[in-house]
Ligand binder design. Structure first.
Ligand SMILES: Nc1ncnc2c1ncn2[C@@H]1O[C@H](COP(=O)(O)OP(=O)(O)O)[C@@H](O)[C@H]1O
Ligand SMILES: [Mg+2]
Length: 437
């Protein structure tokens, strides 16, 4: 798949002050925002990034970090002090005022935190307004607006006037206007920040659905990390005018570039963002089907594990627990295949931790991570899961622990091993996953 660039910011600076170029030189020489405060406000300092077609690119940072200034440079509302913005191959810096208007009408639309609807126009005409500016005829623009209003759940309110709608609904009309305008790129500045949390979550979900359906490119600004993590394919973190990290939500969570980002990510709902692959451990309590009961017992004893994952021809088969094996041997059953229970839940490497939590609740053995070819690529013991979730906010649901069956003692295992004639011949765990990890 080739990645097409929709938008590019190249070494953008925006200085508010008397001698902005001067300030840029000082910043280039290594001075900070506060160093140059005497000469002006360095709202944006040397910001570079590319936004790929069809992605949601989030710019996140505290209030005053320069987010709005960046977004206003992206659509040419604010000329950069230095640097350039390239929209679908066209340099904004080199565009004439006419070309700029054209870019804003056809290619880039904006949604703000408090989206100003035109009070004397109906919901339908407000949603159609972007098309009106583009010169699209009344009938067509109304038909297209109606279609989008349906999508944002306002199909039955199209003849209402703005003041008859709640704040959340008005914001949806704003979103509908931007979507109806049909621009490939949408810039959204704190577009959901004024909404109450439930509606906000709903809008976030709707935005993702619409974005997938309509294939738009979205630059979304927020000061809320959870929102950033939920929406962003990639996130640029801003601090004091600079982009301090740019990466996927997972990269930012697991490998924060500095203390500032780390502090930001401390209270995010990690379970929704982290994947099984990012926390899984190398499977060590692994045996093969052909190593039989003896092999399984030996691995459990050597690894001090109360369960063992069974693989065959590099494919995950299931798991057995120490208890079930001991019981079976006592009863004279020694065919490992018949002992394999559905005790080990599986997840895929890309599954979010929320999924792993759900599986983990059902079971007292580690969750197995199995790839698309059924190969066992990792395990997630409950302690690992809890450690990974360590920073979850208190309101995040707690993990109920199922009653764990006490593990068998080493002595019990040895006795059972002796009963099945166990020696040193068992297959080492490495052989079981050989070439597999
Ligand atoms: N027109 C302006 N004139 C002077 N200073 C400005 C102007 N716009 C923004 N600033 C300053 O630039 C900095 C970044 O502002 P802004 O981009 O609005 O941040 P954010 O959107 O992240 O809250 C702030 O210190 C703000 O006060
Ligand atoms: Mg702002």
């Amino acid at each position: 798949m080739t990645v097409e660039v929709a938008l590019e910011a190249r070494n953008l600076y925006k200085i508010f002050g008397k001698n902005p170029q001067d300030v840029v030189r000082r910043l280039e020489a290594g001075e900070s925002r506060s160093d140059v405060a005497d000469a002006g406000t360095a709202a944006v300092i040397d910001a570079s990034f590319t936004v790929n077609k069809g992605e949601i690119f989030v710019i996140m940072g505290l209030s005053g970090s320069g987010k709005s200034t960046i977004i206003r440079m992206l659509n040419g509302l604010n000329p950069p002090t230095e640097g350039d913005v390239v929209v679908q191959g066209n340099s904004i810096g080199e565009a004439s005022p006419k070309e700029l208007r054209e870019i804003r009408q056809r290619h880039v639309s904006m949604v703000f935190q408090h989206f100003a609807l035109l009070p004397h126009l109906s919901v339908l005409d407000n949603a159609a307004y972007g098309l009106e500016i583009q010169g699209v005829g009344k009938e067509e623009r109304r038909a297209r607006a109606q279609e989008i209003l349906e999508k944002v759940g306002l199909g039955d309110r199209s003849s209402a006037m703005p003041h008859e709608l709640s704040g959340g609904m008005q914001q949806r009309v704003g979103l509908a206007r931007a979507l109806t305008a049909g621009t490939d790129i949408m810039l959204m500045d704190e577009a959901f920040s004024a909404l109450d949390p439930l509606i906000r979550r709903e809008m976030q979900e709707q935005l993702i659905t619409l974005q997938q359906e309509l294939g738009r490119t979205i630059v979304f600004i927020t000061h809320d990390l959870n929102e950033a993590m939920f929406l962003g394919d990639r996130i640029a973190v801003m601090r004091d005018g600079r982009i301090v990290q740019n990466g996927t939500p997972e990269e930012i969570l697991t490998d924060p570039a500095n203390d500032y980002v780390a502090q930001f990510v401390q209270d995010v709902d990690r379970a929704r963002v982290l994947t099984a692959a990012s926390v899984m451990e190398q499977p060590t309590a692994v045996s093969t089907l052909h190593a039989g009961v003896r092999g399984a017992l030996k691995v459990m004893r050597d690894r001090q594990a109360s369960s063992v994952s069974i693989v065959e021809n590099l494919k995950f088969v299931g798991a057995v627990t120490d208890r079930s094996v001991i019981r079976a041997v006592k009863e004279g059953r020694t065919d490992l295949r018949s002992l394999i229970e559905n005790v080990q839940p599986t997840v895929h490497p890309d599954d979010p931790l929320t999924e792993v939590v759900d599986r983990s609740v059902e079971s007292h053995v580690p969750v197995a991570v199995v790839d698309s070819t059924d190969r066992l690529v990792g395990v997630i013991p409950r302690v690992t899961l809890l450690a990974a979730l360590g920073n979850v906010a208190p309101e995040t649901r707690s993990i109920p622990i199922v009653d764990t069956v006490p593990a068998a003692s080493a002595q019990e295992l040895d006795l059972t091993l002796a009963a099945v004639g166990g020696g040193e011949a068992a297959v080492p765990a490495e052989a079981a996953t050989e070439g597999g990890v």
